[in-house]
Design a protein around this ligand. Sequence first.
Ligand code: NAD
Length: 275
Amino acid sequence: MSHVPKLRLNDGRSLPQLGLGVWQIPDAEAGCVVREAINAGYRSIDTAAIYANEHGTGEGIRSSGLAREELYVTTKLWNDSHGYDRTLQAFDRSLARLGLDYVDLYLMHWPVPALNLYVDSWKAMLRLRAEGRARSIGVSNFNPRHLQELIEVTGIVPAVNQIELHPRFQQKAVQAFNTRRGIVTESWSPLGQGTSLGNTVIQSIAAKHGRTPAQIILRWHLELGFMVIPKSRQAARLKENLAVFDFALSPGDLLAIGRLDTADGRIGGDPELEA
Ligand code: NAD
């Protein structure tokens, strides 16, 4: 998929700026969806232990016939496996379910501050990176204070922070922290799970460019330098979400979407509370 640009990570590696998210795709369907996405041109897949579809995701990757090194695979450590040893064990289980001998990116799914084990988990992830079984390591749903602590204790800055980010919930303070520390911001629920598709500002920008609202929102993420992982299991939408590299938004479009941020736009969990 040569037309998807790559973002450079702070560890010297790079990742495709757009991939497929497979949350809520049942294990039995994941193989088909992942194969279909790869055939459509996707080269990056985002799964997680908690999605319970690593097995199907691995099957889809193998049955695509594509060489392993052509694909970028991300999975995540779940909250019940924090701590040094448990992180290593959970990673082994993820690799076994995926049927792979390495992942490109391993993310800590949530900081779970109530457990206060995220530094220990991070130290285990550093070991996985040193062993080459997780080529890059990062976090998800980390607020600046959690990131700061990892960096202060270990001296190692996560490559990626995958956070909830869509027009109604833009997390500008977290974005700014990520940028300052050289961390790539990856947007989860980039379409706001569909909540911004009917917005009149998005719709009028879409009409002006002759594009769909989903394409306008994805383009906005890409132009701000974020990595995006929209989810769909429909062939037509998989193609639509990938066809976003042949047009550009104007500075006015970007400003108008920037103004759609709201204080109560969060859809998912709060990193300070999620256990
Ligand atoms: P999303 O913003 O990608 O929206 C997905 C929904 O939008 C789908 O249900 C689909 O019906 C609809 N959709 C997709 N393409 C469309 C199109 N072209 N036109 C109209 N509707 C369309 O939401 P998501 O699935 O929550 O997030 C994407 C991925 O982010 C997940 O699959 C997962 O990989 C990741 N994620 C991570 C976390 C985390 O805590 N790290 C949390 C949630 C999601």
